[in-house]
Design a protein around this ligand. Structure first.
Ligand code: SAM
Length: 202
């Protein structure tokens, strides 16, 4: 079974496994996010971050390779009357627009190193000048905790990794440490994360 089908099965078995509220870090950045323009939600699953960004007035593109997740996200966005386009696609093969998005949200999308490099390159390309990239992912210290995240340590994020990946951007903040997650049944309890905010030079 391909990984996208595995995610389809997970979303089919347990709807809203990461909840319907946005990621708390993304939400906390509300005062610093633009009120208008375009946003891209990477690996948006069932759409919780994309729908939140769209409710704030942004025209959102949500991309995920799970057709089940994206179908649920599209239905939710339509029922909420917000501007969100959903695309079922593998981000390592997506055709990234250039200089297009004022916000790119990379929330709990964990990829093998080669795929991560391809998606980093795509995200850097897709950001508009002055655009913001928001990242929250698990760090290696999460291994062994039951509050979520992949088992393969190669998929986890460290601060040096994030600094190198987003070196062409201006780092506004970057923190690695312990938080208390309360984001749906699959992200509950103390967790070790890496989070940060970067801006593409204008
Ligand atoms: C842990 S979930 C997080 C979902 C969402 N970002 C959230 O925070 O609710 C990871 C998501 O990444 C997606 N994903 C993983 N690899 C992907 C890839 N190569 N292309 C597109 N989506 C991918 C999965 O289908 C899944 O929906």
């Amino acid at each position: 079974m391909s990984d996208s089908l595995a995610w389809d099965s997970r979303y089919a078995a347990q709807p809203w496994m990461f909840g319907q509220a946005p990621n708390r870090y993304l939400e906390s950045l509300a005062p610093r996010l633009p009120a208008h323009g375009r946003a891209l939600a990477l690996g948006d699953g069932e759409g919780r971050n994309g729908v939140w960004l769209a409710r704030r007035g942004l025209a959102v593109t949500a991309v995920d390779w799970s057709a089940t997740g994206m179908a649920r996200a599209a239905e939710w966005a339509a029922a909420s009357g917000v501007a969100m386009t959903t695309e079922t696609a593998d981000l390592t093969r997506w055709s990234w627009p250039e200089g297009h998005f004022g916000v790119v949200a990379w929330i709990f999308l964990h990829l093998p190193p080669e795929d991560r490099a391809a998606v980093v390159a795509g995200a850097l390309r897709a950001l508009a000048p002055g655009g913001l990239l928001v990242l929250e992912c698990f760090s290696p210290a999460q291994q062994g905790r039951r509050s979520g995240g992949p088992r393969d340590p190669a998929l986890l994020w460290t601060r040096p990794l994030a600094e190198a990946a987003f070196a062409p951007l201006e780092m506004l903040e970057c923190l690695e440490g312990t938080v208390c997650l309360d984001e749906g049944p699959k992200h509950q309890g103390q967790a070790e994360i890496l989070r940060g905010l970067w801006r593409k030079p204008a």
